[in-house]
Ligand binder design. Structure first.
Ligand code: PMP
Length: 301
């Protein structure tokens, strides 16, 4: 029994996926978090830190930019704690995610993203400047984002696998998950491989450094110099096309019974390929950040 929805964040299950591989592969079903994604973990940690430091006061307003899941998490936390919430999101956000944010009672501004992938972040900064008694968690630049995964996601995976994990494969947007969980896991065993899955269209992964539009929501290393992104911890960044990532959504649902979100499709694509050549005593944890329920109307399933 929990006293608040916020106490139910974390402790998501690891579920074996029988991909064709000598290794054992487990998906960490982060969509089973409150607000239905992994982003509940860092959003909660960033808000709690801000309260502790006196940056967020009763009656205050939470403002941030998000591809959608961080927004839902902040909207949920705002609802549970009594803060007003305003979010800036990109126009490609799924109808389900947009409706979810509004259902938690938050205000949302949808921003048209053409060339500049930072534009909705810039808009959130603007809104925050003009809103008294407000705080911006600033997930793309706030190290507390990665710290949340260092404190919860990493230790949880270590405990759940009895320290047997050999590879972590996760989607990367802010880079918080791979950096924070990866750092914790490498401190326990430096041989653990940390693999980030990015869109081939991000500032970090675009072949000529020019970002391009892409469909997979949640991915995209577009803040290469952010302190959230700890490149020393990441062994490999694997860029993925929309086509490859989205091709996994139907098989995941219809062969394995896992209704996973778009970035999880990309993670599953990489996992399947990467794990073909692993050894029988390898244990892979692949992070499934959110659910297919958030994208059903996009027609990929
Ligand atoms: N997948 C999805 C669906 C997400 O919403 C996010 C967060 N943007 C990620 C992956 C990447 O997580 P991180 O920001 O920790 O790199």
């Amino acid at each position: 029994m929990f006293e608040s929805i916020l106490d139910a964040v974390g402790n998501t299950p690891l579920v074996k996926i029988p991909f064709d591989s000598p290794a054992a592969i487990y998906a960490k079903l982060e969509y089973l978090n409150p607000s239905c994604s992994i982003k509940a973990r860092p959003a909660l940690h960033m808000v709690l830190e801000a309260e502790k430091k006196g940056l967020l006061k009763p009656g205050g307003t939470l403002i941030d930019a998000s591809s959608g899941n961080h927004a839902s998490a902040i909207a949920m936390i705002g609802a549970a704690k009594g803060y007003k919430v305003i979010l800036a999101v990109p126009h490609k956000i799924s109808a389900e995610k947009l409706a979810t944010i509004k259902a938690y009672g938050a205000d949302v501004e949808v921003v048209e993203v053409k060339g500049d992938p930072h534009i909705y972040h810039t808009r959130a900064l603007e809104i925050q400047k003009n809103t008294p008694n407000s705080f911006m968690p600033n997930q793309y630049l706030n190290v507390a984002n990665a710290q949340a995964h260092y404190k919860s996601t990493g230790p949880e995976i270590w405990r759940q696998t009895d320290g047997k994990i050999t590879h972590l494969i996760s989607g990367a947007g802010t880079g918080g998950t791979v950096s924070g969980a990866g750092k914790y896991l490498k401190e326990q065993n430096p041989d653990i491989k940390i693999i980030a899955v990015d869109t081939i269209c991000s500032i970090v992964s675009a072949p000529d450094g020019t970002p391009c539009p892409y469909k997979i929501e949640g991915l995209g290393l577009n803040f290469p110099d952010s302190p959230v992104l700890d490149r020393k911890t990441i062994d490999e960044i694997i860029p993925i096309t929309d086509k490859d990532g989205l091709s996994m959504l139907k098989p995941l649902a219809q062969q394995y019974g896992i209704l996973a979100g778009m970035s999880s499709g990309a993670v599953a694509f990489v996992t399947q390929k990467y794990c073909k050549n692993l050894k029988p005593d390898d244990l892979v944890v692949s992070i499934f950040a959110d659910s297919g329920r958030a994208y059903l109307t996009k027609g990929y399933y």
